[in-house]
Design a protein around this ligand. Structure first.
Ligand code: COA
Length: 261
């Protein structure tokens, strides 16, 4: 059974017990508009409430997961109302009780990488590229990545990825534990669906309890860190450094941070 698309840029489908949320804004590399966050959150909440849904797959298009937050939305005025859909999404994905499998093809930038920290299993195509560019944009990490990434990758690897903010490969993502499995690009979404199918066949209550036990030790801290990061992120969006970074992106030039202390 398919539900109607909440927006044309997020496709939502439920079949065989699997809720599939597909990002579809290829002309902008699946950059996440505020409407897309609202649609993803609604889909996750509906999946959470629907007993027929036993696993979730998050994916992009065949050649791109997502280039992260839509920079144009930030440039046009990051008011608290504008940021709310992003924080709602993060709160929802990080507390979803059903197992989430991600299929990453192509780019996974910013929240495209940090949301993976809240998925249970992650499959990546061999040419997938990941990036945490927050510092490059004058911003700070979000999605509790400042907590979860050092736990996953170790403090020096986390500093390298968050401070240098360079692209990294699927092989590196697997090495640090962000990705479970790397497949040929063309097989990634099918592999994620196959995993989701296996999860659908498991005893749902046992799976739910297992997920909750795996998260239990960090749930309160994740919420606390997300709130703290969110406040700093919102404040940094108003900073001259971020204005320079975003203007440079839109003008397709390198940013110049030399005049800021
Ligand atoms: N927000 C808004 N628009 C974006 C975007 C984003 N995050 N990422 C890509 N786009 C747009 C580009 O502006 C371009 O639009 P245009 O064709 O109307 O000019 C289109 O998507 C294609 O992107 P382009 O930059 O030409 O593709 P690329 O393959 O050369 O580079 C990226 C892809 C993702 C590396 C590059 O677009 C990028 O760095 N984007 C910003 C990513 C980012 O910083 N995200 C985190 C925000 S917090």
């Amino acid at each position: 059974m398919s539900s109607p698309d909440p927006t044309p840029t997020v496709h939502v489908n439920t079949s065989d017990g699997i809720l599939t949320i597909s990002l579809h804004r290829p002309e902008k590399k699946n950059a996440l508009s505020l409407a897309m966050y609202v649609a993803m959150t609604a889909a996750l909440r509906a999946g959470q409430a629907d007993p027929a849904v036993r696993a979730v797959v998050m994916q992009g298009t065949a050649d791109c997961f997502t280039s992260g937050n839509d920079i144009a939305d930030f440039v046009s005025g990051p008011t608290p109302e504008r940021l709310a859909p992003i924080f709602d999404f993060l709160g929802t994905i990080s507390t979803c009780e059903k197992p989430i499998v991600a299929a990453v093809n192509g780019l996974a930038v910013g929240i495209g990488t940090t949301m993976l920290l809240h998925c249970d299993l992650v499959c990546a195509g061999e040419s997938a590229r990941f990036q945490l560019p927050f510092v490059n944009l004058g911003l700070v990490p979000e999605a509790a990545s400042s907590l979860l990434l050092p736990r996953l990758a170790g403090s020096h690897r986390a500093a390298e990825l968050l401070m240098l903010g360079e692209m990294f490969s699927a092989a590196t993502a697997r090495e640090i534990g962000l990705v479970n499995r790397v497949t040929p690009d063309a097989d990634c979404q099918a592999a994620a669906r196959e995993w989701a199918g296996k999860l659908v066949a498991k005893p749902a209550a046992a799976l739910r309890l297992t997920k909750s036990l795996l998260k239990k030790g960090s749930t309160a801290l994740v919420r606390e860190v997300m709130t703290e990061e969110g406040k700093l992120f919102a404040a940094r969006l108003q900073s001259p450094e971020t204005a320079e970074a975003f203007t440079a992106f839109l003008e397709r030039r390198k940013p110049d941070f030399s005049r800021f202390e």
